[in-house]
Each structure stands twice: as C-alpha cells, then as structure tokens.
Design a protein. Sequence first.
Length: 293
Amino acid sequence: MIQVSIFDRQLHVSRGSAQCKSQPEFRPALTGHVRHHAIVPPCREGTQTLALAHERGERNPGELAGNKFGQLLDFTMSEPTKIAAECLTPILYVRDFNEAMAYYTEKLLFERLWDWGDPPDFGAVRLGKVEIFFCQGGQGSPGTWLSIFLEDVDSYYERIKQLGAEVIQEPMNMPWGMREMHVRDPNQHVIRFGHGIPAREPKLPVERVKVEARIEKRLAALLEDLSKHKGMTLGEMLEETFLHTFEQVPTGGVASPHTLATLNHIEELKVKHEIDYETHASYRFTERAGSPI
C-alpha cells in the first residue's frame, strides 16, 4: 500500500516506511498543522513526490491512484483549507531573566507560567488570557511597545501603582475611543494598558421627556447610587441600560453596559439597600395598601 501525506499543500508519496525525501518533522501539538492520510493501491515502483512527477511529464496523479482519488487530490490542491490561528505571543528581549520575571509577577500581577534552561533564560508569564515570552539576551531589543486590553484600567492602575510599577502615563481618555495608561519595564519595553470607552462624538441632538414611573423603593435607591457611581444622571443611565438590552449578542442573551467592576459594585449596593429578591422577582411585585403615590 502507498501512503499519501499532505503537509499544508505539499504532497508526498511513500511505500511502506520508505520516504521519497526528507520529511519535515510533524508535531501537531506544537505547529497546529493538519495532516491528512489517504491509503491507495500501489501504482508504481519506488517513491517520489507528485510534484516531481508533474515536472517530468509523467502520469497524472489521478492515474496513479485512480480517478476518484485524483479528483480528491485536485480538490485538495485547488481548494486550500482555511488556516487556523489562535493567538499571537510577543517575545521580549530581557537583559536578566529573573529580573524580568520578578517585575512582571510582583509589580504587574502576571503569573509565572513556565521557564526553560538551567538556569532559566527563556519563559512565559500570563495576565488573564494574555501571554508574553521572555528571552534573555536575544530575540529582540529593548524598547518594544505592546498593547493589552483590560476590563478596567483604572482599577488595575491603582493596584500596580501601590506595588511600585513604573507608570509613565496615568489612565486618560484618548480620542480613538480608549482609556489608556503606559507602563515601562526594566528593559525599556512599554505596555499600553487600556479599555474601550463610549464614543462621545459626533453629538446626537435628542428631545428628552419626563416619564412617569413607580419603582420598588430599595431598587430605586440602588439606581440612584449606581448612577452617581457611573457619573450619569438617572435618566442617562436608564437610557444606556435599555439601549444595551435591545441588542442581542451572538452567544445568546442581550448586551450589558456594565463592566465586571460595575457588577461587583452592584452586588455591594444590593447588600447596602437590603435587596434580597432575585432577578425575576418584579413579576411578583404587588404594591402594599397605603403606599404613597
């Protein structure tokens, strides 16, 4: 039997364990490439690449393996599969591996993932889903700039400032819709940490009207506190919340304007105002007799 292996779009034919030429080592766990196999009847003596057969004017690959398999090869070669990629990991030059590890884990709150060497001179750190590699004395030079998106840059700023991180620009709103701060490490690399902010331009003139509404007393108090926390009027916050809930998200459900930090603050406000009912309790609300109108 002859085995045809497909590495990306380069095809090779082999009989038994013999190979027609040196094959690249295939390590799917590391490279992410997909290797397909097809077993076809023996078609000619020896082994050779299908590409060489074409160049020499020899028989069509379809004739070697049968018309049906030839059609499969033609489809494979004419319709390349979509390349899958999951992430991009920067590799930063560091002058001292242990120094870099200490700064990122102790000052910037990354976690140490792994290291390589004895003593180690290559390794990785992670913050949330973001990973960075360090290489001592190579693979780059000082002064690289990176950008990392966070849930709440202000909260992160307060934490790393107390730990002694070198913040060269405090969080500030940028005209491109980001709130950013800049942090420098011992190797002069600069990281732009930030989160997205709502667009304030161009202005959209609207006409606001008063809306008569009656809201459960404790919930009303929470909404007042929450709007102050967000720097909005109560009406602005309700507009924001309702417009978000009108938008369906691809994963199911609807959008929310609240960050994780805001949701945590809401839980604190629920305790403060003694809100002990669950999300769907409003369907069971009934006003007490004698409630003020």
